[in-house]
Design a protein around this ligand. Structure first.
Ligand code: ATP
Ligand code: MG
Ligand code: FE
Length: 342
């Protein structure tokens, strides 16, 4: 079956066509990074306007890449949440209009389920699996015992990993989005400071990154007052080591605790070279199989939405014509919906 995916939850206008939930037929992403750069972050009003301007072109582009027309599509899957409400509404309304006009089934997809399902474009899932979700707004360990069954067993108590990268990058006066830039600098620097690692209570799979962020800011501030300066790359290396250590160790402990068959990494920070290398080293000799999406499928795209939508489609889930943007959609609520057969 062919699923058309639409994603507009933040600052990427994306459309994709995916075959059988596993094979990308078309994948178009129009990024707005250049427009938000001078503000140092995503401006919601600007994001919505760009989506409106881009969505028709991006849709046309996706079909132009293939020999297909909307008649060849079996269902339209769209990100309904979480995300920016004005941004989500553009995708949801485009999906509704297309699906209604051509009488195709409509499917609402959770954005983070999408990030997780980017990995199914690499390899079939084996359950139980553990997903480490590290994105701009989320840091979670998600246990999956079946398709559509998402249980959060740990999450951040303050900043998301990507958010910490972006905030530290801003402190280092690096352009937005700072994650990729810090990653690059981290390859070139030295470990000069032993920044804190938030392990939290014994046995907890939760995360915390705000203390680390403050430690970086304080370190730079104190150095400046002494008239000293750290090299950006050394701060990047030291900061990244701290983030990666905690992510890898907690994922490892959770994977062992739940005896999972696969460990998958998802979200924008899954593109991080340091994280990928450390995860590969840690899971090299042990049983759970490790999956990463290709770099281009780590950040927001619509192929992942179509991939997650394909499973919901096969399970018989259909959204009504009154589907709305759901900016605060929780994983728990989505999972309950996916697990109920109606
Ligand atoms: P969410 O998915 O939680 O709603 P989002 O969609 O804004 O948030 P993503 O698109 O998944 O987030 O990821 C973007 C985040 O990933 C940004 O914070 C960015 O800095 C970070 N990021 C991207 N590439 C890298 C990298 N190589 N190293 C570290 N962070 C990265
Ligand atoms: Mg983005
Ligand atoms: Fe995302």
């Amino acid at each position: 079956e062919y699923i058309l995916g639409i994603e507009t939850s933040c600052d990427e206008t994306a459309v994709a066509i995916v075959k059988n939930g596993k094979e990308i037929v078309a994948n178009v992403v129009a990024s707005q990074i250049e427009s938000h750069k001078r503000f140092g972050g995503v401006v919601p009003e600007i994001a919505s306007r760009h989506h409106v301007e881009q969505i028709t072109m991006v849709l046309e582009e996706a079909f132009k890449e293939t020999e297909m027309t909307i008649d060849d599509i079996d269902a339209v899957a769209v990100t309904e949440g979480p995300g920016l409400v004005g941004a989500l509404l553009v995708g949801v309304n485009a999906a509704k209009a297309l699906a209604f006009a051509h009488q195709k089934p409509l499917i609402g997809v959770h954005h983070i389920a999408g990030h997780i399902y980017a990995n199914r474009l690499v390899k079939e899932f084996s359950f139980p699996l553990l997903a480490l979700v590290v994105s701009g707004g989320h840091t979670e360990l998600v246990l999956m015992k079946d398709h559509g069954d998402f249980e959060i067993i740990g999450e951040t108590r303050d900043d998301a990993a990507g958010e910490a990268y972006d905030k530290v990058a801003r402190t280092l006066k690096l352009p937005y989005p700072g994650g990729p830039k810090i990653d690059q600098l981290a390859q070139e620097g030295n470990m000069v400071i032993d920044f804190p690692r938030a392990w939290l209570e014994e046995g907890s799979f939760d995360f915390s990154f705000s203390g680390l962020k403050s430690a970086v800011i304080n370190t730079l501030h104190n150095a400046k007052q002494r008239g000293e300066e750290f090299r950006q790359e050394d701060i990047a290396t030291s900061f990244q080591a701290s983030v990666v250590d905690v992510l890898v160790e907690k994922t490892y402990l959770a994977a062992k605790h739940y005896q999972v068959k696969q460990v998958i990494v998802a979200g924008g920070v899954a593109a991080n070279k340091g994280l990928r290398a450390a995860m590969e080293a840690k899971f090299k000799k042990s049983k759970p199989e490790l999956l990463f999406p290709p770099i281009s499928l780590c950040t927001d795209n619509a192929a992942m939405i179509a991939a997650a939508g394909s499973v919901a489609f096969k399970q018989g889930h259909r959204a009504d014509w009154d589907l709305n943007a759901n900016p605060g959609l929780s994983m728990e609520k989505y999972s309950q919906r996916m697990m109920s057969c109606d």
